[in-house]
Design a protein around this ligand. Sequence first.
Ligand code: F0G
Length: 464
Amino acid sequence: MELPFAEPYRIKMIEPIRRTTRSEREAWIARAKYNLFNLRSEEVYIDLLTDSGTGAMSSAQWAEIMLGDESYAGASSYYKLKETISELLGMPFLLPAHQGRAAENVLFSALIGVGKEGEGKVVPGNSHFDTTKGHIEFRHAHAIDCTIDEAFDTEIDHPFKGNVDLGKLEKVFMAHPRERIPLCLITITCNSSGGQPVSMANIRETSALCKRYGIPVYFDAARFAENAYFIKLREPGFADKAVKDIVREMFSYVEGCTMSSKKDGIVNIGGFTAFRNEETFRAATSFNIMFEGYNTYGGMAGRDLGALSVGLREACEPDYLSSRIGQVAYLGKALTAAGVPVQKPYGGHAIFIDAKRFLPKLPREEFIAQTLGVELYKEGGLRGVEIGAIMADRDPDTHENRYPALELLRLAIPRRVYTSDHMDYVAAVVINVFERRDAIKRGYRITWEAKLLRHFTVELAPAT
Ligand code: F0G
């Protein structure tokens, strides 16, 4: 018999979670104005809102916390992290930041500009994450999505749905003068298209095309280790390569990266920008000092820099990655077996339910994925997140709602936190709702929204 995957760790400390009743949940979600972000964590039984900052640190990481050097400048914890990043990613210049979007703010201030300096500029790439797009649009520039078309059909089983469409990218290069394209950004894995990886061949070819037009390429590297593992599993020629070597090769094609360390850094807070080139690094340092803090701490405690240096290495360990990707697939397979429409192949950090296929009769104006998210919460205290029309915000020029090709409800799995039993529970919740889907006839309408990144604070009421 083939031995099943099992977690490559055992549990040393537990954190209690509590089941609640349906009537409690109905009252809480109404009080939360049908926005899952407004719930208190005690009101949630299984929290799959995000895999960001929600992972469990290892004993080695906790040990590193005790060794943290809190010196303002030149802390040894900074140098440990710098060495790790230099060795793992091949990027010698490092600026810590307090999280991923802060790193975006620093990098984009240096490359796109500040205030209206971004006007008329474009940043092409595969689907940009919402904060990334927010930081681009905040500078009056535009993010252009050049992801391959296959990514937008959840039924197509393409191994690298995060890939950049080189034809779409070249069209952007031909339509805009070089000085209006400060960078091309590749997000690995591509969160917005379903936690889908980008192949090594696509990274190489994108980089070569950008080089021909003189455009620097950067990674949004939040889930770089998961991307590398998918390359090992799915791309011919990489099965026998070590994940670390795959990571090194991926980064060899780019100029630098932003990173939300809350994902594949397996820490609860943190981020950074890393650069190959000293000149760009220098241009970014003044923004880092202004927004984040001095170059050797950048909004982070020394102890957290130390824990990150260990977490980045652990995230590249093959046993960890096989258990991580295996657990996500375990949930995906349970849902698929019951006929629940989910993005295929399964993503690296999450299962994405195709809400349009789940609730085909609900009008898009009533926010399909959000409606599904509320139903799953009411059913079993499960919290996912909408990646659909609410998250897509309004068009900055026309102020009309933007309706993305996909309405997804994401179930993001925190790293090293939940067991297979929890996954069985999650599957049962989703399947129960799936079985009574025809009774869900109405969704929600917005009663209040912010101008940018509205999904975090939006307030809703049942559509009538
Ligand atoms: N880039 C990607 C691809 C992300 O997924 C995120 C965050 C960020 C950048 C921003 O990083 O949160 O540290 O500021 N994604 C989280 C999520 C919030 O739930 O997917 P941050």
